[in-house]
Design a protein around this ligand. Structure first.
Ligand SMILES: Cc1ncc(COP(=O)(O)O)c(C=O)c1O
Length: 388
């Protein structure tokens, strides 16, 4: 059975972000949506309106909790998905990253046990590793997420302080927990006195009907909720949200120490973008585009990757988790691909066990152009077959 242990973060976000800026690379590695996906014209109108109609607000200091009317708008969106929160219970953050960082800083004390998914988003792992906690990895069993019987057994035994989970289109596995599992997870956490940190950054990209955030099965006493609009509108706007549960004041204080408040201009412009009313149709457009790209990638992988390659089929989003035969040395394949200017994410970056042999990779099918996606995957496929 898994036991908690201290670990060194497997990867540094800094390195990935620098690689993402390399224009010469066919980048199947980065976790960002394509520039095609950004509603540029609507955002330009929103920024113009922020500048022309509210220059004093948009260019000034404001409250660390964020623009009040923006929080109202976001609260209305969350209400549609079953989360009942007031603007006062919410803090606007600089991306989901600051929300995760603040909550982990607030909750994690050195040597305490904290559970996370395995695999999990490497920046979350980096924050956990740097905080000195002992990690309790919970294997993501299949595209429905973690095995709840195992969660229950491990939580009873090790009583983690909290569990960081990305229940919808988890990065990198793409796993999405069904509603019944979400409800059951909250019950397990309640029974074992474990908090839940729900990272819902891909929530609105889900193509399943009626899926509800885990927070909607709780009143905020168990689940704290973080998200952002980086994957649905534009990562550069850096508008994120934290609903910290009972810790709003302390969270706002930590955020204020870091950056006083997030960029006012972005917040006001983003509010105007939401007020203009095109976000829902933009989400529909994105879902169609993502579906098309995932399908395209899956077909190329089927044709060009070694036999016995397994692609996890996610219920939305633009990331594919691909398992290749264990005989293939992924590190060597990665270096060979890089020498041909193609990058993919090596699976081991998403685990807290650096020595474990991980024969998986994460492929971004949205960031590259369609031609780059074909070329990049064919190149990787050829390299893998030579080594299979
Ligand atoms: C699961 C997950 N959480 C958080 C983030 C960071 O989001 P943001 O750009 O809003 O800081 C990402 C970005 O890739 C992510 O995949």
């Amino acid at each position: 059975m898994n036991s908690p242990y201290q670990f060194t973060p497997p990867a540094r976000l800094l390195d990935f972000m620098r690689q993402a800026g390399n224009p010469h690379l066919i980048n199947l590695a980065a976790g960002l949506p394509s520039v095609e996906c950004v509603p540029k014209a609507a955002l330009q109108r929103a920024f113009d309106a922020a500048f022309c109609e509210e220059p004093d607000v948009a260019l000034g200091y404001h409250t660390p909790d964020g623009d009040y009317s923006l929080r109202e708008k976001i609260a209305q969106r969350l209400a549609r998905r079953g989360i009942s929160v007031t603007p006062e219970e919410m803090v606007i953050t600089t991306g989901c990253t600051q929300a995760l960082h603040g909550m982990i800083r607030l909750w994690a004390q050195p040597a305490e046990v904290v559970a996370c998914e395995a695999p999990a988003y490497y920046a979350t792992l980096e924050m956990l590793g740097d905080s000195g906690i002992r990690v309790l990895p919970i294997p993501v069993r299949d595209p429905d997420g973690v095995d709840l019987e195992l969660v229950s057994t491990l939580f009873e035994r090790f009583r983690p302080k909290f569990f960081v989970v990305c229940p919808t289109l988890s990065n990198p596995s793409g796993a999405t927990m069904p509603n019944e599992a979400r409800r059951a997870l909250v019950e397990i956490c309640r029974k074992t006195d474990t908090h839940l940190l729900e990272d819902d950054i891909y929530g609105e990209l889900s193509e399943l009907d009626g899926l509800r955030p885990v927070r909607s099965f709780d009143d905020g006493s168990i689940v704290s909720y973080v998200t952002s609009f980086s994957k649905t509108v534009a990562p550069g706007i850096r508008v994120g949200v934290c609903v910290p549960g009972g810790n709003t004041e302390r969270f706002a204080q930590l955020k204020c120490q870091q950056d006083m408040h997030s960029a006012t201009l972005c917040e006001v412009a983003f509010r105007k973008y939401l007020q203009a009313g095109g976000f829902d149709s933009h989400l529909q457009y994105l879902k169609g585009l993502n579906r098309q790209r995932r399908e395209m990638a899956r077909e190329i992988i089927e044709q060009h990757f070694p036999e016995a390659t397994n692609v996890w089929i996610p219920a939305g989003g633009f990331l594919l988790w691909v398992e290749v035969p264990p005989s293939i040395d992924i590190e060597a394949a990665y270096q060979a691909a890089l020498s041909k200017n193609v990058a993919f994410s090596r699976g081991k970056a998403f685990f807290t066990t650096p020595d474990a042999k991980v024969s998986s990779m994460r492929i971004n099918c949205s960031r590259p152009t369609a031609n780059q996606l074909v070329q990049g995957l064919e190149t990787v496929g050829k390299i893998l077959r030579q080594r299979g």
